[in-house]
Design a protein around this ligand. Structure first.
Ligand SMILES: C[S@@+](CC[C@H](N)C(=O)[O-])C[C@H]1O[C@@H](n2cnc3c(N)ncnc32)[C@H](O)[C@@H]1O
Length: 321
């Protein structure tokens, strides 16, 4: 099972120490009600070999290499374990010559977001809805002091721990399996990321307030979410599914989103990027069995989702507390 005690020790002497008032008890409760496959997934992490990488690159990719390349047999054994943690959605990871070619090219998102950020060097960072943790490793690569991801999906926790093990067990990033709404307001993070989460929340203004509650005064919010074209009053609330997703609630225009952030008390709110998701960024690979973007679009007209809505377009908004 995944042991959170090293994380508690790490934060005990950090600006996150107040979290120890609630987190250990919350995770004890969480352990009693995990997903039915959690124990199996956690075992797969245990089965992975302890390897020592001679070179790790987190600056331009998430990559580990050994002095002597692994044999084909050793690689196959690792692939066999990692494939039991499918679907792999966010990546890619390059681990000891194995290319974990995930559904999403998360590096494309990082390339859109990272040039606009206040330098991450020495920052304490929260990544809300971090998935398997791809962007957390890239934040470490930018010199972050400590990166904490929170994501309630236990499969992603196990994927994260598997990758961590193949990155020399690096403890500068940690994933806590909670939702943002369960987190004690810490006002302790220098940067808070929420990427690909807002449209999944039933109450978007509450989500923005929860993000603000985690930031230090003056800290930076990095919000990435789906948007539609329109003015300050435009919000798409899909009748049922959006791009086959059941849990999509609010897709605002950029102006509307800026208004929401200002209403929540954020300052210096600005949009730094808007881009339509391409079929190169989200696609089917050998690392997932499920459908991908191409199956979510109208087969006759790729400018619409299968339900007739505008295709996924995503904005990056920065703001300060
Ligand atoms: C679309 S993915 C985005 C992953 C990653 N941040 C990215 O941008 O590629 C949304 C993630 O939010 C997580 N999530 C869902 N509800 C959440 C909540 N209440 N708090 C934090 N994360 C949540 C999901 O498990 C999923 O990993």
């Amino acid at each position: 099972m995944i042991d959170f005690r090293p994380f508690y020790q790490q934060i005990a002497t950090s600006q996150l120490s107040a979290w120890l008032e609630t987190l250990p008890l919350q995770l004890k409760q969480w352990e009693k009600q995990t997903h039915g496959d959690y124990a199996k997934w956690a075992k797969i992490v245990d089965f992975l070999p302890h390897l020592t990488a001679s070179h790790i690159d987190l600056k331009s990719a998430v990559k580990s290499e050994a002095e002597t390349p692994l044999s084909a047999g050793e690689q196959q054994r690792i692939i066999h374990h990692l494939k039991q943690l499918m679907p792999w959605r966010k990546g890619p990871y390059h681990l000891y010559g194995i290319h974990v070619d995930c559904e999403w090219r998360s590096d494309f998102k990082w390339d859109r977001v990272s040039p606009h950020l206040a330098p991450l060097q020495d920052r304490t960072i929260l990544d809300v809805g971090c998935g398997s943790g791809y962007h957390m490793w890239r934040m470490v690569g930018e010199g972050a002091k400590m990166v904490v991801g929170i994501d309630p999906t236990e499969l992603f926790l196990c994927q994260f721990e598997a990758v961590r093990k193949l990155l020399n067990n690096d403890r500068r990033a940690n994933l806590i399996p909670l939702g943002i709404e369960e987190m004690q307001p810490l006002a302790a993070f220098d940067t808070v990321f929420s990427m690909g989460v807002l449209y999944h929340r039933k109450s978007p203004l509450d989500h923005l307030t929860q993000l603000k509650n985690q930031l230090v005064k003056g800290g930076e919010l990095v919000l990435e979410t789906l948007v539609v074209d329109g003015d300050v009053n435009t919000v798409l609330v899909p009748a049922d599914r959006y791009a086959k997703m059941k849990n999509v609630y609010f897709i605002p225009s950029v102006d509307c989103l800026i208004n929401w952030l200002e209403k929540c008390g954020f300052q210096n709110v600005r949009c730094v990027d808007v881009e339509t998701t391409s079929l190169e960024e989200q696609r089917k690979t050998d690392w997932l069995e499920n459908e991908s973007l191409i199956d979510f679009l109208d087969p006759q007209d790729h400018s619409k989702t299968i339900e007739g809505y505008p295709v996924p377009k995503r904005a990056v908004i920065l703001a300060n507390k």
